[in-house]
Ligand binder design. Structure first.
Ligand code: TTP
Ligand code: MG
Ligand code: MG
Length: 348
């Protein structure tokens, strides 16, 4: 699902001053009676009826509706509301990814077993956001991020749109190429000259021809036009390190016992790393002995996403550093120095 808040900045202002709900309201630069510079950040749907929308010059907005409410940005308040929405959304999601101040992808494939249930679930999420954060939103539902995002656009304002897997191509086909995600103004122009007007035209285009014109981006365009998008919802918690610890029931100095447990811990850490699609460059082994002295041993390696490298290096650290005179009481294995190996797709 892609959840995008409706007319976000102004919707936040309406919480502070409910009387704005029925009045055309704009957040952006000061219009200074038409002489103001700068742009409209956003406006409510009452104002959109007058032709006002995001990114137009504030002077133009003023011409269209001089008696609208013009408000300055209160960014810290919008950030606070955004964080509130994120925490509500997280309660419903297996995974959540914030893509902008008012936009969240959530993966609910482990929460609902079919599209009908997903639709019910989206209604619940929408109600919860409305009740708890006092804000309207729209939700797009699909099996890919690409189509969910585009479905949400169609759901606006204050709606939910489900596009099933088997409907995705027919949903995209009639749209002008400029509405396909990843396609900017320049690409749209070039595609127009090549004879591709709709996403459906583009879906049938030869991949080679697109690659000739756009390089590897041509492959992306072709995939998007065919509703193919394999990117996953990525958690965007900032994780600094991942570790596991184990305490022996009986302190031991038998290498095979210790190494067996190091391997187990490393496997658990590795599983976490793989799930989060991280690569790491530091492996640390913690050893606490029966006299309660504790030592950390670290190793920097070339960044890798190969989980087995954790065990290999942790065992090596043990062999190189363990005090063989003492019994081991507790072990810890940690990986850190993360980078995303599958960084987010250009598209988003
Ligand atoms: P959007 O989600 O693009 O727009 P919106 O929430 O105002 O309206 P919609 O109902 O169509 O989703 O952007 C979120 C916020 O980001 C928006 O409230 C204001 C800000 N913003 C800008 O500052 N400049 C811009 O050009 C756009 C598009 C948005
Ligand atoms: Mg929005
Ligand atoms: Mg948005």
């Amino acid at each position: 699902m892609l959840i995008d808040m409706d007319y976000f900045f102004v919707a936040c202002e309406e919480i502070k001053r409910p009387e704005l709900k029925t009045r055309p309201t704009i957040v952006g630069a000061d219009p200074k009676e038409g002489r103001g510079r700068g742009v409209v950040m956003t406006c409510n749907y009452v104002a959109r009826k007058f032709g006002i929308h995001s990114a137009i010059p504030i002077s133009q907005a003023y011409k269209l509706k001089p008696d609208a409410e013009y408000l300055p940005m209160d960014y810290s308040y919008y950030e606070k509301k955004s964080a509130e929405v994120l925490s509500i959304v997280r309660e419903f999601a297996g995974k959540a990814e914030q893509v902008s101040i008012d936009e969240f992808f959530i993966d609910v494939s482990d929460k609902v077993e079919n599209y009908e249930k997903a639709l019910e679930y989206a209604k619940k999420i929408k109600e919860e956001i409305n009740e708890k954060a006092n804000l309207p939103c729209s939700i797009g539902i699909s099996s890919t991020k690409l189509v969910a995002k585009m479905a949400c656009e169609k759901a606006k304002p204050n709606g939910i749109k489900l596009v099933k897997d088997e409907e995705a191509n027919a949903f995209l086909a009639p749209l002008p190429v400029g509405q396909l995600y990843g396609i900017g103004k320049k690409t749209e122009e070039k595609l127009g000259k090549m004879g591709y007007k709709t996403v459906g035209d583009l879906a049938k285009a030869s991949m080679m021809k697109l690659m000739d014109e756009f390089g590897s981006f041509g492959i992306d365009i072709h995939n998007y036009a065919n509703a193919i998008d394999e990117s996953e919802v990525l958690e965007n918690y900032e994780v600094k390190s991942i570790s596991r610890e184990f305490t022996f029931e009986h302190d031991t100095k038998k290498d095979e016992h210790v190494i067996k447990e190091i391997n187990k811990l490393a496997k658990q850490v590795g599983k976490d790393i793989e799930e989060r699609k991280l690569s790491f460059k530091v492996v640390t082994l913690k050893l606490r002995y029966s006299d309660f002295t504790e030592h950390l041993h670290s190793k920097s390696i070339r960044p890798t996403n190969v989980a087995e490298e954790i065990a290999r290096n942790a065992v090596e650290l043990y062999k190189e550093n363990a005090d063989k005179e003492k019994k081991v009481r507790k072990l810890g294995v940690r990986a850190s120095g993360f980078t995303d190996y599958k960084s987010q797709k250009r598209l988003f």
